[in-house]
Design a protein around this ligand. Structure first.
Ligand code: AP5
Length: 246
């Protein structure tokens, strides 16, 4: 029954879509597995660079912030628990995020590896991640530290607009949409994240320096850290990231 249903679904898929998916899978088969962590303060460019590397190396992109925002929007029990901390720019509890990452990493789309964007953010999360991966006999290959001065981040954060259903991100100055306020692909309205204002940014930065900076040291001690000059223009950052993960 299940395979019959799948065959009917495939018949409905356009040949051009099937062919491009087949070609994508063939290309991906020759890529080495990669397990990457992108770490950096809010607005440092983790979410901007992740899709490029994800496509190039056939990885899945797991952004804990996006997952938590989806849970908040859907008002799931997890979302209800996370909302208050997120609105204030504080970290949500380690147990909540470790649980969602553990589940997400086991999905088939993560077969060739993953980019963890915004996780781990505390040393406890980093240790739990090591435990999870050890059980599977694998480990993190590279951690990219998006190093940038705090003074650059307010302009990046307050100018960011997103298309909620796709996650596409724009910036009024650095990556403007074709029509101000509307998504280039769907024409739907863009929104600003509730925590993307100067006041909440201050507490997000405080959380980064106090709780996440030690995670950078944790990976430096393991000898798998690469520093990225995240203040550079977007394309130059992409080149640095590509070099660091290749
Ligand atoms: P999360 O969603 O992860 O937010 P964040 O870490 O604060 O990161 P951002 O998404 O703000 O920054 P980004 O580096 O992705 O920047 P982007 O590429 O979009 O987390 C939100 C909240 O969820 C947390 O505060 C916490 O409460 C909770 N949470 C999440 N994970 C958690 C965890 N593990 N544990 C506990 N709590 C957790 O770029 C920003 C803007 O700049 C864009 O508009 C972009 O166009 C522009 N831009 C990017 N690169 C450049 C460039 N090189 N030059 C010019 N402009 C650029």
């Amino acid at each position: 029954m299940a395979s019959g249903g799948a065959a009917v679904d495939l018949e409905d898929v356009q040949t051009v879509d099937l062919t491009s998916e087949l070609l994508r899978r063939l290309k991906c088969a020759s890529k080495p597995d990669k397990r990457l962590v992108f770490i950096g303060p809010p607005g440092s460019g983790k979410g901007t660079q992740s899709p490029v590397i994800k496509d190039e190396f056939c990885l899945c992109h797991l952004a804990t912030g996006d997952m938590l925002r989806a849970a908040v929007a859907a008002k799931t029990p997890l979302g209800v628990k996370a909302k208050e901390s997120m609105d204030k720019g504080k970290l949500v509890s380690d147990d909540l995020v470790v649980g969602i990452i553990n589940e997400a990493m086991s999905k088939p789309r993560c077969q060739k590896g993953f980019i963890l964007d915004g996780f781990p953010r505390t040393v406890t999360q980093a240790e739990k991640l090591d435990e999870m991966l050890n059980k599977q006999g694998v480990q993190i290959d590279k951690v990219l530290n998006f190093a940038i001065d705090d003074s650059i981040l307010e302009e990046r954060i307050t100018g960011r607009w997103i298309h909620p259903s796709s996650g596409r991100s724009y910036h009024t100055k650095f990556a403007p949409p074709k029509v101000p306020g509307f998504d280039d692909v769907t024409g739907e309205p863009l929104i600003q994240r509730k925590d993307d204002n100067a006041e909440v940014l201050m507490s997000r930065l405080e959380a980064f320096h106090r709780q996440t900076k030690p995670v950078i040291d944790y990976y430096a001690n393991k000898g798998i850290l690469a520093n990225i000059h995240a203040e550079k223009p977007r394309q130059e950052v992409t080149s640095e990231v590509q070099k660091a993960v290749s």
